[in-house]
Write a protein that binds this ligand. Structure first.
Ligand code: PLP
Length: 399
């Protein structure tokens, strides 16, 4: 771009995004893009020298610093280098990728798994493959944006039902009786609300109305359920889910997405999903780390999950006692509801200044007027850190 390129007009909606960002920066209320100089587990040194407690991470089992995981990432680079030859069907699939597929399938108790470059692409690829013109995709209104994108890209009729509202879902399934196929898709644990989908009721409706059921276990996989298999296991419906989607970017302390389900569906994804075929295979370091993380989540998972759950329940209790509005939060993702975007940006900035990194969520990730903070609780947090962040949030809300 030359210096003579005229300022680009993005249109009123997008221009207002940049206006807001400019205003936050001028007022000293800009909480985004903190530059991390040194990650230290639940603490991090920022580039300006500040030490912060990290509550903005989804490393729910604390595996990103586990020696078995970091050593596996290094060993993968030493053996396979930093890159892979191509997309998965043409050279981007090593013995490590094969091992990760089979360990994810074993972990989630499904016949097969397929790896995607990201969890976002897993959702897009699964929906755009399983649904098509003539079908109805029934999607919870608070589902992750990548599910909405996949539903739109599929060419199916995208029908949104009210959040966790079984009656509304049933009404919409009945209205979809003339569609070729009905596909229900939900987040197992809603990451912007912290509540679980009522999966037992949803599975009953799927049976009654001959619908497929897809559950995104991005935030719940590895973390909840007797074996860490996610919300579907926790709620006793694992064997009634047709396809699980998920990510290695949270409890599995790496990056990359996956789908788990029948061998036939996985083969179809591997041979036809654009979101699978059009990006390079996952690089060896991320695959090596994820293989080790799945192993640790199997071998040490019970202890780590208990610790995450105890930490989360302590934080929820502290915040509720202090009168902080955490809405429906019932797991390790705890939401602090604030409302206005400016207030949310200001509070997140103050918290960062006081040494707490949390995630501010703004529309469109949440509804207009529903800006909030997301606190990710992990097994690695100490109870002193939980107490300190609860105190800081309570104080920041009242200032
Ligand atoms: C519910 C849900 N699904 C999918 C994703 C996408 O995961 P990834 O980071 O691997 O693209 C996210 C990421 O935040 C998520 O919250």
């Amino acid at each position: 771009m030359t210096t003579t390129t005229p300022a680009m007009d993005f249109g009123p909606a997008l221009n207002s995004v940049l206006d807001t960002v400019d205003r936050w920066q001028e007022e000293g209320n800009y909480p985004l893009f903190p530059v991390i100089a040194e990650p230290l587990g639940t603490r991090a040194r920022l580039a300006d020298g500040r030490l912060v407690s990290v509550f903005g991470s989804c490393d729910y089992l604390g595996l990103s610093r586990h020696p078995a995981v970091t050593e596996a990432a290094v060993a993968a680079v030493q053996r396979f280098g930093t890159h892979c030859y191509g997309t998965q069907p043409v050279g981007g699939f090593t013995e490590l990728h094969r091992e990760l597929e089979s360990s994810l399938a074993t972990f989630f108790g499904t016949p097969a798994a397929a790896l995607f470059p990201t969890g976002m692409q897993a959702n897009i690829g699964v929906l755009a493959t399983l649904a098509g013109p003539g079908d109805a995709v029934l999607s919870d209104q608070l589902n992750h944006g990548s599910i909405t994108m996949g539903g739109r890209l599929s060419g199916a009729r995208l029908v949104t039902f009210r959040h966790n509202d079984l009656a509304d879902l049933e009404a919409k399934l009945i209205a979809a009786v003339g569609d070729r196929r009905r596909i229900i898709v939900v987040d197992g644990l809603f990451s912007a609300d912290g509540d679980f989908a009522p999966l037992a009721g949803i599975a009953d409706l799927a049976d009654r109305h001959d619908a497929l059921l897809i559950v995104d276990e991005a935030h719940s996989g590895g973390v909840v359920g007797p074996h860490g298999r996610g919300a579907a296991e926790l709620l006793g419906v694992l064997d009634r889910v047709d396809v699980i989607t998920g990510t290695m970017s949270k409890a599995f302390a790496s990056t990359g997405g996956f789908a788990c389900g029948s061998e036939r569906v996985m083969r179809m994804l591997r041979h036809s999903a654009g979101a699978y075929l059009l990006s390079l295979g996952l690089v060896p370091a991320t695959v090596g780390a994820a293989v080790a993380a799945v192993r640790v989540a199997t071998e040490e998972g019970q202890r780590l999950r208990t610790r995450t759950a105890d930490n989360a329940s302590a934080l929820r209790a502290r915040l509720r006692e202090a009168g902080v509005n955490i809405g429906a939060s019932e797991a390790h993702v705890v939401l602090v509801h604030i409302g206005r975007v400016d207030d949310t940006a200001r509070i997140a900035t103050r918290l960062l200044e006081q040494g707490f990194l949390v995630n501010p969520l703004f529309p469109p990730a949440v509804p207009i007027g529903g800006a909030r903070l997301r606190i990710g609780v992990t097994s690695a947090h100490g109870r002193d850190e939980i107490d300190a962040v609860a105190k800081a949030i309570t104080h920041a809300q009242t200032c």
